[in-house]
Each structure stands twice: as structure tokens, then as C-alpha cells.
Design a protein around this ligand. Structure first.
Ligand SMILES: [Zn+2]
Length: 291
């Protein structure tokens, strides 16, 4: 399949440079979040780590063998048709491609919270704590479902495989960063949060309070959340309860169940005992980062 070139030179370069960079970023973040935790853990780490790594085990190879080659192959397939972005001069084209890719990441994430795709995405959200391993805990079905949007739509608009793979390294590094349980100094994070998605901001997206989950969908830049009025930074981290209420029981989160969760019916946004997690609305503007 020429549109799925799994050993294209661009993918070999990704293997040679991108993968070691991401492994080093992951290891660095793991050490940092262990030294400076942001939120108190509610579950033992081994319990979640084993589960998260096993859920990720089919997803990461599937990404390398399908999504990444599709980005390269579909980009090549579209090139002769001179799609819109291909008519822009360099370096405007590269900047436009990068902004589009991040916007596709934001808008795809919003779609993941729609009823059909939530079946897959809830596997990621029902983790009862957050750390680096949460960044890998995606159902492989979610990854496969993203191909038409993140690779197909990007190629249709003229994003080249080289830009898509280069940006993918940034995208994955930022995904790892904002899922970590790393306490950045508040003064530093307050300055970062207006521009990029930070651990405190993404922690709010993993809240059991529904309106907090429906906020902070961005991956790299907070610009898209700001434009769509989905940015919410004013929730104190100590108040957050991480997870999805229907899956609040850790005993129910076995790996086989998580892998078949997309086939299970949708649950109401409530705990098994019927209670609905809630917070008061916080004072101050939603865009002001709370500690
Ligand atoms: Zn989400």
C-alpha cells in the first residue's frame, strides 16, 4: 500500500531521532514528577502503571505502523493536486501547517468527547490518578479512528509528511508533559499557561466534575481553547478528583475490561451509587490559573 509506507525514509528518521528524543523527555519527566508531585496519589503506582502500560502496548506500535505512515503516504498522495497550503510561500507554509496540526489536535479532542468516540476516549479518562503513564493510556481503537482526521484531513489541506512527523514529536512530548503529575513552580506555570497546555490546566480536563472535563481540550497551544471559550484554569488542584464518576471503582478497571470498554453501553455522568461529583463555581476569571 503506497499510502501506508511503513519504512519511508521520513519514518526511519522518526525512529532514529524522534523516538529517542521522546524516550529521553519521558524519562526526564518521570524523574521530575517523582521528585515534585503536584497532586496526592489516590492509588498505588504499580497498580496503575501495569494497567496503563498494558493498555498502551497495542496502541503505540499501531501508531507507528498506521497513523505515522498515513501522514507521510496521504501527504504524498495529495501533493500532485496542489492542496491549499502547498500554494503558500515558505516559511509561511510551515507555520500554517504547524498551527493547523495543533488545531486538528484540539478539534479532534473535542470530537473524542462526543457520544460515539467517548466510548474509546473514556478508557484514557477513567485513570484515577494522572502521571506520565496516563499520556500513553489510549485505546488502540481511538488511535485508529484518528487517522482520517489527523492524517487524512491534514493531507487534504496540504500538510507534508515531513511537517506532520516533525510536529508529532512536539505533539507527543507536550502530551507527556501536560499529563505528568509535576508541580512546576506556580509563578512559572502562571506565565506558561496563557500560551501552552500545562499539567495544572490538563489536570482540570481530567476532573470528575463534568463541566471541568468539558474544558481545556488543547494539546500544545491554549490559543484554541481561548478562541472557543473552553479555557478553564481557575480550579485549585487540591480540589480535583481525577477520573470518570461511573468508573470510580478501581476494582472494575481490569485490562480486559478496559480493552472492551468501547463495546459497553454509555454510562450516565454519576458514580455507581448515583452521586454526581460537583464543585462550586470558582470566583475570578476562568482564565486565571489557580494554584
Ligand atoms: Zn479528553
Amino acid at each position: 500500500m503506497s499510502w501506508l509506507p511503513i519504512s519511508h525514509p521520513l519514518l526511519k528518521r522518526f525512529d532514529t531521532w524522534g523516538t529517542p528524543v521522546l524516550a529521553a523527555v519521558g524519562l526526564g519527566l518521570l524523574l521530575l514528577e517523582t521528585r515534585r508531585p503536584l497532586r496526592r496519589r489516590t492509588r498505588p503506582r504499580p497498580e496503575r502503571w501495569v494497567r496503563n502500560v498494558l493498555v498502551a502496548a497495542p496502541s503505540l506500535p499501531a501508531m507507528r505502523l498506521t497513523l505515522l505512515p498515513a501522514m507521510v503516504g496521504l501527504g504524498q498522495l495529495m501533493a500532485p493536486y496542489r492542496p491549499p497550503f502547498s500554494r503558500l510561500p515558505e516559511p509561511v507554509r510551515t507555520l500554517a501547517e504547524v498551527l493547523l496540526l495543533d488545531y486538528l489536535g484540539y478539534s479532534w479532542h473535542r470530537l473524542l468527547h462526543s457520544p460515539l468516540l467517548w466510548r474509546f476516549h473514556r478508557v484514557h479518562h477513567c485513570d484515577l490518578d494522572m502521571d506520565l503513564t496516563t499520556a500513553w493510556r489510549f485505546h488502540f481503537g481511538e488511535m485508529l479512528a484518528s487517522i482520517p482526521y489527523r492524517a487524512g484531513l491534514a493531507a487534504l489541506l496540504g500538510v507534508r509528511g515531513s511537517t506532520a512527523l516533525g510536529f508529532e514529536v512536539v505533539f507527543e512530548a507536550c502530551t507527556a508533559f501536560h499529563h505528568t503529575n509535576l508541580e512546576l513552580p506556580y509563578a512559572v506555570e502562571r506565565r506558561l499557561a496563557p500560551f501552552m497546555v500545562t499539567p495544572r490546566a490538563h489536570g482540570i480536563h481530567h476532573s470528575m466534575v463534568e463541566r471541568e472535563t468539558q474544558s481545556n481540550f488543547g494539546v500544545v497551544l491554549t490559543l484554541w481553547d481561548r478562541l472557543h471559550r473552553t479555557l478553564r484554569l481557575n480550579v485549585p488542584q487540591q480540589e480535583l478528583i481525577i477520573g470518570v464518576p461511573a468508573y470510580a471503582d478501581p476494582a472494575g478497571q481490569t485490562v480486559p475490561r478496559l480493552l472492551q470498554l468501547p463495546l459497553e453501553p454509555q454510562d450516565a455522568w454519576a458514580r455507581p451509587d448515583g452521586s454526581v461529583p460537583e464543585h462550586p463555581e470558582y470566583a475570578g476569571p476562568a482564565t486565571a490559573l489557580a494554584e
